[in-house]
Structure formats: structure tokens, C-alpha cells
Design a protein around this ligand. Structure first.
Ligand code: GTP
Length: 235
């Protein structure tokens, strides 16, 4: 396998599948099966998942809610998705541990870096819930932070598009895909991959990011097999 330890970032929205809200069982099961495939191949897998299918802090702020309050609600939304993914993985026979950045010890373990690493070494999938535990940070920032903390080889950012394009491929039909791009060029060209906090954390710690289409079954395994899937951001 191309990488030994990965941090997989999944978006909350993509869990909706064709639904308008919440969690689509087929979609989450398809993610679980893809993850199982790479675990069986010996890859150590940690996961951070967003919460946008359930609640978005930014939109709550537009409605007049205090930003920090909305952000904490968003962190709880990520816990719901994390628990759903944990259940889907376990029903597919994958051992998991869920750790939360906000203590809720009746539901899961509190985040403990060394313990998370131990779980990974034992072949368990570790899901990190509740973002970083702080408002004003996105789940992309949580993914970057946790990836660095556990010494992951790469962040795999699963999205609906199959990589990074010169322009938005949904709006501009002439847009072309990058196979590889440097951190510096992403800044220069002002490409939107992650928010800047998350992106800079990866850059400063030399952590490559791969943006790829997770909604096409089999892509995750192909990527780890070394096939040219998605776009690699690297220094
Ligand atoms: P090893 O000791 O390395 O084998 O790891 P382990 O996770 O099996 O250890 P432990 O015996 O501590 O955990 C057994 C189960 O309890 C696991 O499913 C853990 O996720 C769960 N667990 C551990 N700590 C907590 C906690 O603080 N709260 C909750 N809700 N569950 C916990």
C-alpha cells in the first residue's frame, strides 16, 4: 500500500446521498465497505467527518445565533455522523474506537493522542468526533490537526469532485484537473481546497493532501494501490 497511516476526511453533506437532510444508509454503508477494504490491506485508518448534513454553525450565525454557540452545535452534529459511521463500520466487521474532543464519556472515549495511536497500531479504525473541540475551527482543521498529531502520512479528503481543477468544473466546462500541485500554487491561484487555517497547518508540517472522489466505490483502494486518483497537494 502506498501509505501506512492515513487520515480520511469525509464531508457531512456527502452522507446525505440523494436526500435533503440527514444520513443516507446506502451512502454510509458504501463508505464503510470502502474503508473496510483498505483496513484489510493493512492500512491504519483515522477518520474525521463533518456535520454539515445536520447543522452548520455559519448559517446559524446568519440567522442571528451567536457564532460560538452555533459552532458547538456543529461539533455535536459531527458526533452524530461519527456514531453513525462507527455503527456502519462495525456492522461490516471493522473494529473501531470513537474519540471525542468534547468529553461525553458515556458515549465514547475522550480524545487521547497516545491511545488513538495505540488503537491504530492494533488495527482499529479511530474516528475523531467533535472537531477540535473549539469554535472558529472547521472539521478540516480538526482533520489537519489530528493527522499531524498521529503522524499520518497523508490526509485524504473525500469530496464529490475527483480532484482540484483550474476552475470550478460545475461552472466552467474548460476547467482541467491537476494531477499534482504545490501548496504555494494553491495559495497563488487562490484555489479552494480547505479553509486557510487547515491548509496552512498541512503546509507548515509537510503533510500532503489528496483530494479525491470518495463517492465512486473502489476509489479509496485504488488510491492506496498507487493509482492516479484525485489531485495531490505536496511541497
Ligand atoms: P486496549 O486496552 O488497547 O485493548 O484498548 P481498548 O479500547 O479495548 O481498551 P478499554 O478496555 O479501555 O476499552 C474497551 C471499550 O470501552 C472500548 O470500546 C472503548 O472505546 C470503550 N471505552 C474506553 N474508554 C471509554 C470512555 O471513557 N467512555 C466510553 N463511553 N467508552 C470507553
Amino acid at each position: 500500500m502506498k501509505y501506512k497511516r492515513i487520515l480520511l476526511k469525509l464531508s457531512g453533506e456527502s452522507l446525505m446521498g440523494d436526500k435533503q437532510f440527514g444520513i443516507d444508509n446506502n451512502r454510509i454503508d458504501s463508505y464503510a465497505k470502502q474503508i473496510k477494504e483498505i483496513c484489510e490491506a493493512g492500512v491504519e485508518v483515522a477518520i474525521v467527518i463533518g456535520g454539515g448534513n445536520i447543522f452548520r454553525g455559519v448559517q446559524a450565525e446568519e440567522g442571528g445565533m451567536d457564532r460560538t454557540h452555533g459552532d458547538y452545535m456543529g461539533m455535536l452534529a459531527t458526533m452524530i455522523n461519527s456514531m453513525a459511521l462507527q455503527a456502519a463500520l462495525e456492522s461490516n466487521g471493522v473494529n473501531t474506537r470513537l474519540q471525542s474532543a468534547i468529553e461525553m464519556k458515556e458515549i465514547c472515549e475522550p480524545f487521547a493522542r497516545r491511545r488513538a495511536v495505540r488503537h491504530l497500531e492494533k488495527g482499529r479504525v479511530v474516528i475523531f468526533g467533535a472537531g477540535t473541540g473549539n469554535p472558529y475551527f472547521t472539521t478540516d482543521s480538526a482533520a489537519s490537526l489530528r493527522a499531524i498529531e498521529i503522524n499520518a502520512d497523508v490526509i485524504l479528503k473525500g469530496t464529490r469532485v475527483d480532484g482540484i481543477y483550474t476552475a470550478d468544473p460545475f461552472k466552467d466546462p474548460t476547467a482541467t484537473k491537476y494531477e499534482t500541485i504545490s501548496f504555494e500554487d494553491v495559495y497563488k491561484k487562490d484555489l479552494k481546497i480547505m479553509d486557510m487555517t487547515a491548509f496552512t497547518l498541512c503546509n507548515e508540517n509537510n503533510l500532503p493532501i489528496i483530494v479525491f472522489d470518495m463517492d465512486t466505490p473502489g476509489n479509496l483502494k485504488k488510491l492506496l494501490d498507487g493509482e492516479k486518483i484525485g489531485t495531490v497537494v505536496i511541497n
